[in-house]
Design a binder for this molecule. Sequence first.
Ligand code: SAH
Ligand code: DHB
Ligand code: MG
Length: 223
Amino acid sequence: MSESHVWDEVDAYFTAHLAPDDEALAAALRDSDAAGLPHINVAGNQGKLLQLLAQIQGARHILEIGTLGGYSTIWLGRALPADGRLVSLEYDPKHAEVAVRNIARAGLDKLVEVRVGPALESLPKLADENPPPFDLVFIDADKANNPHYVEWALKLTSTGSLIVLDNVVRGGRVTDAASTAPDVTGTRAAIELIGSHPRLSGTAIQTVGMKGYDGFALARVLA
Ligand code: SAH
Ligand code: DHB
Ligand code: MG
């Protein structure tokens, strides 16, 4: 049992008033837990942030890398218009199977497609299909590949698109230039790519809440 913190209470308060799970979201978490999936989905208030960002973007096409049980997928999918589309990439067939059921129960199966396999194999296949540019890309998979995911996001987006990168703090280890841990080197490479790329304007924000000490980066695609 982990220690309880004041920010857990604050997150519970914010989430209860601003981003409560409805039946489909609660069921998605219940079934994910029952299937033994790890509890690493975004928090409710973070899911709501993703949904608001997608709405602010006027997103019609969303790409997610890292589906897990589809909890963030449902928040994002609900931002789409009736003719919108969300493609979510997931390595683990068991996660994808749970997600597909959760997404269908949320009534989003017409809009959302889960593709199983390593994202670095799914992304070139997706690009070969010449899809319309994605308005929002949520990167939330294996952190070692973060720079590759940012590069692919650039290929699959256009001016004004938004890239969201989850979990960029790594418990503070993101500052450790000497680290050889793949999650740290991958996240550092992604942050530095966003900072130096002529077609990206980004920032990163530290957070605290029910997921502990964490953070995310946002990057807007320029012309
Ligand atoms: N976005 C989800 C959480 C994703 S957890 C939510 O907030 O609800 C990260 C997911 O990325 C896991 O399901 C894991 O299996 C998947 N993943 C890990 N490596 C991957 C890879 N190489 N390609 C695609 N998915 C990967
Ligand atoms: C982990 C992955 C995530 O995407 C997250 O939000 C939290 C934790 C993990 O792999 O531990
Ligand atoms: Mg995450």
